[in-house]
Ligand binder design. Structure first.
Ligand code: AMP
Length: 287
């Protein structure tokens, strides 16, 4: 496995792969890797000749400076994990290598057909502009045949699909296919997240209340008398009743439009919860 830190070295390697007719899988990450990331990488290794993993804490997608500063980083451990599961190339640039000063300072603006106006987009202004800024740059540089993304960040995945299929960038990335990968959870149900590293043992125990409530809501939704609005409120009340958890939002929305829905058909519930100072997200599909 080779670790690459500059765009020019990356492009040389990509050109070599392309000239040999090799297929490329790309897994964009922000590092502090866990089994959730590993599942994406393993799938890419299975489905492509070469797998590139980017490890880059992208400053332009953080609207909260403290969150950016506290984001866990451990490139040595990440490289060990990636080597052990068969990744071929790790791209780990500095922010200065990735962006010019202008690109760092100027807010990138993009039309996502409204997908960025709800939930995470509403709570973290500019977040998805930053995500698309970095992901589109990685697509240009790596020219992957397949890009792997987790359903843990369901809204992000919807926006990446939109960017590749319907935005002004559609068609720019050749025959790139976006591969949706399911959420990997601890046995306890807690969705794996790099931010879990910031939780103490007791906070981790408390955070279990999030997934437990989401799973319980599948049963509540099956009760013929319960409406979407009632289940939504019950999830919020149940999580908020747990000492140490505070819901920022829980919205049951249509899986395609991300707009509020009054039916459980094709619906997904997306939640953001503060566990102490740590902001955790999770989601559950109703069918
Ligand atoms: P991040 O490093 O948090 O930006 O995540 C990089 C990629 O890994 C994204 O596509 C995430 O959706 C995905 N991912 C993160 N956590 C999980 C998880 N628990 N299960 C599956 N995919 C995940």
């Amino acid at each position: 496995m080779q670790i690459i830190t500059t765009k020019s070295d990356l492009q040389k390697v990509v050109e070599k792969c392309k000239s040999e007719g090799l297929s490329i899988g790309l897994v964009p990450t922000m590092g502090a890797l866990h089994a959730g990331h590993a599942s994406l990488v393993q799938r890419s290794v299975k489905e492509n000749d070469k797998t590139f993993v980017s490890v880059f804490v992208n400053p332009t997608q953080f609207n909260n400076k403290e969150d950016l500063a506290k984001y866990p980083r451990n490139i040595e451990r990440d490289a060990e994990l990636l080597q052990s599961i068969g990744a071929d190339f790790v791209f780990a640039p500095t922010p200065e290598e990735m962006y010019s000063q202008d690109e760092m300072d100027t807010t990138f603006q993009f039309d996502f057909g409204g997908l960025d106006k709800v939930m995470e987009g509403k709570m973290r202004p500019g977040h998805f502009n930053g995500v698309v800024q970095v992901v589109s740059r990685l697509f240009y540089l790596v020219q992957p045949n397949k890009g792997y993304f987790g359903e843990k960040d369901f809204q992000q995945l919807a926006i990446i699909h939109f960017m590749v299929e319907r935005s002004e960038l559609a068609g720019t990335f050749g025959d790139l296919q976006i591969i949706d990968c399911p959420i990997v959870r601890e046995e306890s149900g807690l969705a794996l997240s790099s931010r879990n590293e910031r939780l103490s043992a007791s906070e981790k125990q408390i955070a279990l209340g999030i997934s437990k409530t989401l799973f319980a809501s599948l049963k509540w939704a099956k009760n013929e008398n319960s409406t979407v609005a009632e289940v939504q409120q019950k999830v919020i009340d149940t999580i908020n009743a747990i000492d140490g958890l505070e819901v920022e939002y829980y919205e049951i929305v249509d899986q395609s439009t991300l707009l509020p829905t009054n039916t459980f058909k094709h619906a997904i519930g997306c939640v953001t919860v503060y566990c102490g100072p740590v902001r955790l997200i999770d989601n559950i599909k109703y069918n």
